[in-house]
Design a protein around this ligand. Sequence first.
Ligand SMILES: [Fe+2]
Length: 299
Amino acid sequence: MNDIAAQPRRLENLHTDKGKVPVYATGVVEQPWDSYTATDHDVWRRLYARQCELLVGRASEAFLRAQDAMGMTLDAIPRFSDINEVLSAATGWTLIGVEGLLPELDFFDHLANRRFPVTWWIRKPEQFDYIEEPDLFHDLFGHVPLLMNPVFADYMEAYGKGGVKAHGIGADALQHLTRLYWYTVEFGLIREHGQLRIYGSGIVSSSGESIHCLESAAPNRIGFDLERIMRTRYRIDTYQKTYFVIDSFEQLMDATRPDFTPVYARLATQPSLPAGTVLASDHVFQRGSGEGWASDGDV
Ligand SMILES: [Fe+2]
């Protein structure tokens, strides 16, 4: 095994309303599996073991079942080629290796064609508990298992197609659509057998938020509502103030099937909502206490 880890090729930082976002080379890269160090594999092993223990009884059954079916283990960082054999047979999705976050249109285009970009590098031991940007653990452990679920797999493709369309409509449409991704794919909860469970990848790949999202009194837990979500702002550097709860992946897919063009037109006349807002029209599972909410930043 090589002792010198290959380095991601960061191209530039983009200044956006979410802060500084790193953008990487857009090409698909071969996973440089032989370049992972013993430390890289150890980080994977420790993260994997910790999350697997935490997620029993917290993650959705669909996630846990899919994770088993994929054959990921804690022994070593999985090879994308091994995962792809199982994944493509299940739902026609494939993983592609990338350097990191992609420009939006590239990202949408991959999703629209059932390709999921996975960052090939893994965080350093000193970033064990928190890393600002997606790494291999977040992308592979967090996002990929649910691509084994046929309905969720269709939702992700529909989202990609919607993204390509929104990109052509304009910045506001894109912002509305991005909020949908944030509050579902990244930070969504689902009701199973009357109990809340996690399916969002930002949560399943975070030890702190896996507990916080279900057990803390602070956040709101509100029923899924497409346009309501599209109006809700968020921030990327704290736990969420509000989690949105779906009843099933079918609900997500059904809400996403129609063309969003009239939705964007309606939303253009409505103000966006702070992340912690509860509306009279919300289906509230739990109103958050708001304890410990950061008040800085635009949320
Ligand atoms: Fe993500």
